[in-house]
Design a protein around this ligand. Structure first.
Ligand SMILES: *[C@@H]1O[C@H](CO)[C@@H](O)[C@H](O)[C@H]1NC(C)=O
Ligand SMILES: *[C@@H]1O[C@H](CO)[C@@H](O)[C@H](O)[C@H]1NC(C)=O
Ligand SMILES: *[C@@H]1O[C@H](CO)[C@@H](O)[C@H](O)[C@H]1NC(C)=O
Ligand SMILES: *[C@@H]1O[C@H](CO)[C@@H](O)[C@H](O)[C@H]1NC(C)=O
Length: 320
């Protein structure tokens, strides 16, 4: 029954309002790429840039460049991020997360030199587009991640978790001690952030999200997770806050504050899955979504379809 409703949500999402390009027929689910440790960390840096801008701007009203002007390495400023209307505790939490992300970027930059910040689409329209696809209908009024704490946390549900699964996927392929130590440290804090965001949402699981009529917070998280599984195209890597017991810890819970596999180990994602999810296209070759000009670094550029090798002016609708 639950599986059937999963399938139905998939179909609704597929037939949804914002039609995505056709999916590739044989998506790879192997993380075994010819990539160096540094390449893998650079892919993750795209996630860290996304998080830092989303958290910093929402909590302080300022972006990364106001705190450290060199980390972006000349990449364009993000589009659409802004101060969110957060309650004081949520603001405090997100501000701390934001500074942690600056630290993560510094750690990666110091060790590997880093990559330019990709163009980031953090507009309310982009979040509304993902949410609408997850739910299968258009929000009314339009979903605005910056409008209040609940909406912001729902939007934040999108971000650190994807980074977390990417780190879990990358670690087995790392060779060098220093990079393993770096990525282990990144993973620890990233998963902590995800756990906090999910706990705050869990406490509000029964509230309805007014932009989607009667849909509850718990249902919306399930729908977001289903959308990400659908875009990633490699099975279940993502679970919402309330699940049937067969997805709960040891088949004993329906609460699902942390998303994990039948052994309660974190799910992993390959670089291709990360790109499919963050592009929102289900295809690592076709950019869009949060990264409209594509992600940066050797792995992302290796996959990017030549037709989408664009400069930022042709890709964005104005530089800010
Ligand atoms: C990854 O691919 C290489 C080259 O094809 C192979 O030698 C290696 O065993 C593979 N590793 C894993 C974990 O599959
Ligand atoms: C920005 O980060 C780099 C890398 O860690 C560091 O060397 C630099 O001092 C930082 N700049 C500021 C203004 O904090
Ligand atoms: C949970 O249930 C599934 C069947 O739905 C079963 O395959 C699995 O072994 C169970 N896990 C535990 C820990 O009992
Ligand atoms: C950002 O996303 C929205 C919603 O999909 C889209 O309308 C807009 O064109 C995007 N901006 C860029 C620069 O890609």
């Amino acid at each position: 029954m639950f599986k059937l409703s999963l399938v139905l949500v998939f179909l609704i999402a597929l037939s949804g309002i914002d039609a995505s390009p056709a999916k590739p027929h044989n998506p790879s689910c192997s993380g075994n790429l010819s990539a160096t440790d540094v390449d893998l960390v650079h892919l993750a840096m795209n996630m860290e840039f996304t998080e830092v801008e989303f958290f910093l701007k929402a909590s302080t009203g300022k972006g990364l460049d106001a705190f450290n002007a060199t980390l972006a390495k000349g990449g364009p400023p993000p589009i659409g991020a802004k101060k969110a209307n957060l309650d004081p505790i949520t603001n405090r939490i997100i501000e701390e997360f934001a500074y942690q992300e600056i630290g993560h970027l510094r750690a990666i930059a110091d060790m590997t030199g880093g990559i330019p910040r990709p163009l980031l689409n953090l507009t309310r329209e982009n979040f509304a587009m993902f949410m609408d696809r997850a739910v299968g209908r258009r929000s009314n009024p339009r979903f605005d991640p910056y409008a209040n704490s609940l909406n912001y946390l729902l939007a934040a549900y999108y971000i650190p978790y994807v980074g977390l699964t990417g780190y879990v996927g990358a670690i087995p392929y790392l060779v060098y001690f220093n990079i393993k130590r770096l990525v282990a440290g990144l993973l620890g804090v990233e998963s902590g952030q995800d756990g906090v965001i999910r706990t705050l949402l869990y406490e509000r699981q029964d509230e309805t999200v007014k932009e989607y009529g009667g849909v509850t917070v718990a249902e919306l998280t399930n729908e977001i997770s289903i959308l990400r599984n659908e875009l990633g195209m490699c099975g279940i890597k993502d679970e919402g806050l309330c699940v049937p017991p067969w997805l709960g810890a040891e088949n004993r819970t329906t609460s699902n504050i942390l998303s994990a596999n039948p052994y309660s180990l974190s799910y992993d994602r390959t670089p291709q899955e990360i790109l499919r999810v963050m592009y929102g296209t289900g295809n690592e070759r076709w950019p869009g979504g949060f990264w409209p000009c594509g992600a940066n670094g050797r792995i992302a550029r290796m996959f990017l379809d030549e037709r989408y090798h664009c400069n930022y002016d042709t890709c964005s609708d104005g530089k800010n």
